[in-house]
Design a protein around this ligand. Structure first.
Ligand code: MG
Length: 301
């Protein structure tokens, strides 16, 4: 039996018929934040409760990349290829320079500490967009239990050239995963509130990006009641590959669910990787998985 389900035969080419799910590694408590470095032929990902980031490379043992990681969660790369990381424990977003030094990009808004930055993407103009739910301050498990200082859980845009941090969305309960459409005209953002508050928003929303800096709209793009959308990435055709409970779902830009990939445990995030960006890496509860796809990921740089 195939390791995936094509729900509409028009989309059969999204996953090669002989592709299969691979379990690459296990041994974490809760993984998130996969990011691929084609130039270094490796994938970095976070193991949040174990306060470490790990490095996977084909055919090599998984090693510790950074420990302590300040309970790092989401990761991405900027236009220069530098690692950008959301840290729960220090409630900040950082950039790792080529020499390994760490630069703090954002840790406060309007004079108050951020909640616990969760997921991050970088736009082609270098601006850094991230979500700020409180998951890293609710308990000591994924960070440090602390009071929330922000009045809301914002989605932020950071201009790294000026250091200006602007709230671009303020009507989320638990903003979480986010990613741009291939042409960057749409920013998708998930709300995972329903995972800890019955009746909370369970969806991915789609915003129009105006002047490259602000958001308008925010229609519900996909209802994720059947499994939370913690994180997602897009392919070059604009399809959204998202975590969905114990599986990965693929939605077309029109919002139709067309592929389901069951995973043996809850999924957090996904990332495209491999030299051709046609391999989807999947961080699960305790393990790292991958599957080759028939499409290629949008990945910057
Ligand atoms: Mg997340």
């Amino acid at each position: 039996m195939a390791d995936f389900e094509i729900l509409d035969s028009k989309y059969g080419s999204l996953v090669p018929s002989n592709s299969f799910l691979e379990k690459l590694w296990t041994g974490a408590r809760w993984t998130e934040g996969p990011v691929f470095f084609a130039d270094l032929d490796c994938l970095l990902f976070s193991d949040i409760p174990n306060n470490r980031m790990l490095r996977w490379s084909e055919g090599a043992p998984v090693t510790v990349f950074r420990s302590p990681s300040n309970n790092a969660n989401g990761n991405t790369r900027d236009r220069q290829g530098r690692l950008v990381t959301c840290e729960h424990g220090t409630r900040r977003v950082t950039r790792t320079e080529p020499d390994g030094t760490v630069t703090v990009l954002a840790d406060a808004y309007r004079g108050k500490r951020l909640n616990s930055p969760n997921d991050v993407v970088v736009k082609s103009d270098g601006s850094i967009w991230f979500s700020d739910p409180p998951y890293g301050i609710l308990t000591d498990y994924e960070g440090h239990k602390s009071a929330q200082e922000q009045d809301r859980c914002y989605v932020f845009r950071l201009d790294p050239s000026t250091g200006t941090l602007a709230a671009v969305a303020d009507d989320f309960e638990r903003p979480n995963g986010l990613a741009f459409s291939p042409d960057e005209s749409i920013l998708y953002v998930s709300d995972t509130s329903h995972a800890d508050r019955p009746g909370g928003p369970p969806h991915i929303r789609a915003f129009s990006v105006k002047d490259g800096k602000t958001l308008t709209g925010g229609r519900v793009f996909a209802d994720m009641r059947q499994g939370r959308s913690d994180g997602f990435r897009l392919d070059t055709d604009g399809n959204i590959w998202t975590s969905a409970g114990a599986g990965v779902h693929c939605y077309t830009p029109a919002g139709d669910l067309v592929v389901r990939i069951p995973i043996p445990e809850a999924v957090s995030n996904v990332a495209f990787g491999g030299p051709k960006r046609n391999r989807l890496f999947i961080t699960g509860f305790t393990s790292l998985y991958s599957i080759f796809l028939g499409v290629n990921g949008v990945q910057r740089p």
